[in-house]
Design a protein around this ligand. Structure first.
Ligand code: F6P
Length: 522
């Protein structure tokens, strides 16, 4: 059954939210924080995850009205439809089943009347056995040597997910050296190529369609480079593919047994849980990859089963709607306080902006309200010395997610204490700011009144800048799986509330067509 089709601005909740916004728009986080129960009332816990959303310009009434909005557009029904395998990607006529990829339940998920779970399990078994062979050194290259380097050739969803996760789980990595080639810029592939030995390199070509210009160009270049030292009969030992397009894979020269399946019911930007995750499994081992999937499944069950007022992805999505559609915030920052998550903002840009960057609603009509937030960010504490000036004192309202971990992985406690004091310090500074009086008091001891008066306006922090503290115990494959799934569900929730289709991406096509035309002319 199709998704419901409700313009959010026509709901009673929207009208109530608009009135409520007019009443509370100048509310100060500082004042809200005076309530001794604020933190407790505006925090959610789930296993090793704590989300504190108390530093937002919201009251209990705001949350309750936002929840009314979720109920009025029947978010529950949309969630059930996604998990059940309904064709919710209507414009492409597809199911959206990344959740099935990590489901360990025996409950069947039907696509065209056929349970897809056995195929998923078979693919996972294949990933496991292949990864084990390569990691243990049993898989030999054409001169009998074991594999030392893996090159993931893909772009967009066939690159960003695996690349981000491999970087995030670096601590859990084995002896293999992973590389990621994505850009059609020949300098990208050339830089990587010069570090490789064809005898010990495994190429993983990841392309759902196997027609993507960048990926096929890079794959051909690397194949030609490989064939300078080897023969076409050696290709099966060095080239594997992840794709739905078996014909194209075959004509590229890849052995059938070296193809890992992809399915049309998994969107590219939600595919790291499928064969697209092969580079992850090769880099950190199948057990860690499996744990990543298990963490994601835990978040899936939370999203599917927990009431919306306690549901982390739903609450984060609603807060984002509050700022986007009522306060007119254009962007959101994602700020992980761990260097391991340096690629998360890039990954979330595709997941969020390719999904919800839509200007037409599910009726096919132009929307009259803002959709898709712009996501950007970088790791703390580096970004404090880069763009945080603007977030603290600039003219724009930028809600921010601060992602942190109670424990570090190597246990340098002195570093971690400093890191986490910055994590909390930034959120406090954003929320509470510094008043004229406070600045005056500070300057009083260091200068004359004239100097103070001149300097004072520049040193004031207005504060009242919202943030969410997303805090895990530790960065593990499991907690990472949870974090990624959390954002996936936040994205879907927003798409439902905005009455748009989140799982197509026609907006990327026109530029590709133009480039093709220009290439043919040149
Ligand atoms: O950028 C458009 C897009 O279709 C993405 O959605 C996708 O992740 C990427 O290109 C790569 O596509 P493929 O896996 O088919 O090469």
């Amino acid at each position: 059954m199709a998704l419901k089709n409700i313009n959010p601005t026509t709901t009673n909740a929207w009208t109530a939210l608009t009135n409520h916004f007019n009443d509370i728009k100048n509310i100060q986080i500082k004042d809200l924080d005076k309530d001794a129960n604020r933190k407790e009332d505006f925090s959610l816990e789930f296993d090793d995850l704590l989300v504190d959303f108390s530093k937002n310009r919201v009251t209990k009434e705001t949350i309750s009205l936002l929840l009314d909005l979720a109920n009025e557009v029947d978010l529950k029904d949309a969630i059930e439809k996604q998990f059940a395998g309904d064709v919710i990607n209507v414009t492409e006529g597809r199911e959206v089943l990344h959740t099935a990829l990590r489901s360990t339940s025996d409950e069947p998920v039907l696509v065209d009347g056929k349970n897809v779970k056995p195929q998923i399990q078979a693919a996972l078994r294949k990933i496991k056995s292949f990864s084990n062979k390569v990691i243990s050194g049993k898989w030999k290259g054409y001169t009998g040597k074991s594999i030392t380097d893996i090159v993931n050739i893909g772009i967009g969803g066939s690159d960003l997910g695996p690349d981000m996760v491999v970087e995030a789980l670096k601590f859990y990595k084995n002896q293999l050296t992973p590389h990621f080639v994505s850009n059609v810029d020949g300098d990208h592939v050339s830089e990587i190529m010069k570090t490789l030995n064809p005898e010990t390199t495994l190429f993983v070509i990841v392309s759902k369609t196997f027609t993507t210009q960048e990926t096929i160009t890079n794959a051909e270049t690397l194949k030609n480079w490989f064939l300078k030292s080897a023969t076409i009969f050696d290709i099966p030992k060095h080239f594997v593919a992840v794709s739905t397009n078996l014909e194209a894979v075959d004509s590229f020269g890849i052995d059938k047994s070296n193809v890992f399946p992809m399915w049309n019911w998994v969107g590219g930007r939600f595919s790291l849980w499928s064969g697209v995750g092969l580079s992850i499994s090769l880099s950190v081992g199948f057990d860690n990859y499996k744990e990543l999937l298990e963490g994601a499944e835990e978040m899936d069950l939370h999203f599917k089963n927990v009431d919306f007022d306690k549901n982390i992805p739903v609450i984060l999505a609603l807060l984002s709607i509050w700022y986007n559609n009522f306060y007119g915030a254009e962007t959101e920052a994602v700020l992980p306080y761990t260097q391991y998550l340096s690629k998360l903002p890039d990954y979330l840009q595709q997941a969020t902006m390719e999904s919800n960057g839509k200007g037409v609603d599910r009726n096919g009509e132009k929307v009259t309200y803002q959709t898709g937030t712009i996501v950007w960010g970088s790791t703390g504490t580096n970004m404090q010395h880069a763009f945080m000036q603007l977030v603290h004192q600039g003219t724009k309202l930028i809600p921010a997610d601060f992602i942190g971990y109670k424990e570090s992985l190597y246990g340098l406690t002195d570093h971690h204490k400093k890191l986490m004091s910055n994590y909390y310090g930034q959120m406090d500074a954003l929320a509470f700011g510094k008043t004229k009086e406070e600045v005056h008091l500070e300057l009083k001891f260091s200068g004359d009144e004239d100097k103070i008066a001149k300097l004072l306006p520049f040193k004031v922090f207005e504060g009242n800048r919202p943030s969410n503290a997303i805090l895990f115990d530790k960065l593990t494959p499991r907690s990472l799986g949870k974090l990624i799934a959390l954002y996936e569900h936040k994205i879907y929730t927003q798409g439902i509330l905005w009455n748009i289709y989140s799982y197509d991406q026609f907006g990327v096509e026109l530029g590709k067509e133009m480039a093709k035309k220009l290439l043919n002319k040149s």
